[in-house]
Design a protein. Structure first.
Length: 423
């Protein structure tokens, strides 16, 4: 650069401003993650284990004590939850001794994945913007349902994490075209199917939403075989991904090759069983999920809807994708007679990201008028405070109150008093 055009003072000022921006971003991200961790870890054994946690615990106990697990096609979903809990229980046993499978040690599995969901959303900053990322991550950190089921030893939160990880990995592959990103996302996809049979529902909703978002956005990108390095590379990527997927499925459903034939057979047979379950048990009307979300997740539902409307008007492809993904999940599960509250967590995550887009646009449109900027801050803060209030009220005071949505067949707190008396 010519000496007369170089301004070291300006360069130094710009670098200082960038460092300050990065520092504030790091602090904000850390605060959101700390809030997520605090709500999920505090008094983790406060509510008694309920029926489903107890059933899952029986599988874990056999795996922990005898080193054996056998997948059952007729019950209880996939094996990843138990192997993850084996790790946390073994660490607990090595560090503290005694019985490793405590309430805290097994519930740390959904806690870990629940915090991981928030961290993955923070990684979406490139597409959601600074404010949008923080708002989306904060909504998920504080969400009553996300906190509640991140404190339950069931399969749903790990499934939601692996689903978001799969999408995150595919976006990384789309940006970089690197094979490792595709293979990492394929591992996430396999773990989805090794966690719960409803993974296929999420995959269908995500793929349909991606196609529809591309059409509605009006963006026509010339993605061709050459874009990904030619036919030879594409074939290798497809075969490599297929090999990674099949290998992961075999490892988990065969109980790490200890139950190879029956495990793989039952992994396929499970879908017939769960199709029957989805049409015959836990029946509820079509609008049940919308009614439940209006009662417990109204901020995320309504702001996500606002985000989708804005995305349609602005033709923002990523926001269209997240909004359509969230409502496709709600619609698809609403068609089925089977209704349970933890299933709607699969819709809460994409709707929170779409809500983040709405917050980013609100922030952008008020940037030039101070009074409007303060109003925008007030609206965002009010939404987060309402969500926090609902979360604390549910998770630490009314966690066994069946007048609320999420304590679905939850064991009452008096059960712990009975256990204490027996002991």
């Amino acid at each position: 650069m010519p000496a007369e055009l170089h301004n070291p003072v300006a360069d130094s000022s710009a670098e200082k401003s960038l460092r300050e921006k990065n520092r504030l971003r790091t602090i904000a991200d850390a605060m959101v993650l700390l809030a997520a961790a605090a709500l999920r870890l505090y008094a983790l054994s406060l509510k008694p284990l309920h029926h489903d946690e107890g059933v899952n615990g029986l599988f874990l106990l056999r795996l922990f004590r005898e080193g054996f697990y056998k997948y059952d096609a007729a019950n209880y979903h996939g094996p990843t939850l138990y192997y993850c809990a084996l790790v946390t229980s073994s660490v607990n046993n090595m560090v503290f001794g005694g019985e490793g499978t405590t309430t805290d040690s097994i519930r740390f599995v959904p806690v870990f994945f629940g915090i991981g969901i928030v961290a993955l959303v923070i990684g979406m900053r490139k597409r959601l913007g600074e404010v949008g990322t923080l708002v989306a991550a904060a909504l998920l950190a504080l969400s009553p349902g996300m906190v509640f089921f991140s404190r339950d030893f069931i399969h749903e939160i790990p499934l939601v994490f692996f689903t978001l990880w799969w999408v995150f990995g595919l976006l990384r592959f789309y940006d970089t075209r690197e094979a490792k990103e595709l293979y990492i996302s394929t591992i996430a996809l396999a773990l989805m199917f090794a966690t719960k049979e409803t993974a296929g529902f999420s995959v269908a909703a995500i793929l349909a939403s991606a196609v529809l978002a591309s059409l509605l956005s009006g963006r026509r990108e010339s993605l061709s075989v050459a874009t990904f390095g030619g036919w030879k590379r594409v074939i290798l990527l497809v075969l490599g991904s297929l090999a990674v997927f099949v290998a992961c499925i075999i490892v988990f459903y065969s109980s790490f090759f200890g139950n190879l034939r029956d495990g793989l057979h039952d992994a396929i047979a499970a879908y017939g069983f769960w199709f029957k379950t989805g049409t015959s048990q836990h029946k509820a009307p079509f609008f049940t999920y919308v009614r439940w979300m209006m009662k417990e997740e109204a901020v995320i539902l309504l702001s996500g809807l606002c985000g989708l409307v804005l995305a349609v008007r602005m033709r923002n492809r990523f926001a269209l994708f997240t909004g359509l993904w969230g409502f496709a999940i709600l619609f698809g599960y609403s068609i089925l007679p089977y209704k349970t509250p933890w299933i709607q967590m699969n819709a809460v995550v994409p709707l929170a990201m779409c809500a983040g887009f709405a917050a980013q646009e609100l922030w952008n449109t008020t940037s030039r008028v101070r009074a409007r900027r303060f109003a925008a801050i007030g609206v965002i803060a009010a939404g987060l405070l309402i969500t926090l209030f609902q979360s604390v009220r549910l998770n630490f005071y009314h966690y066994d109150d069946d007048r609320y949505v999420y304590p679905y067949a939850q064991t009452y707190r008096g059960f712990l008093d009975m256990i204490s008396a027996v002991e």
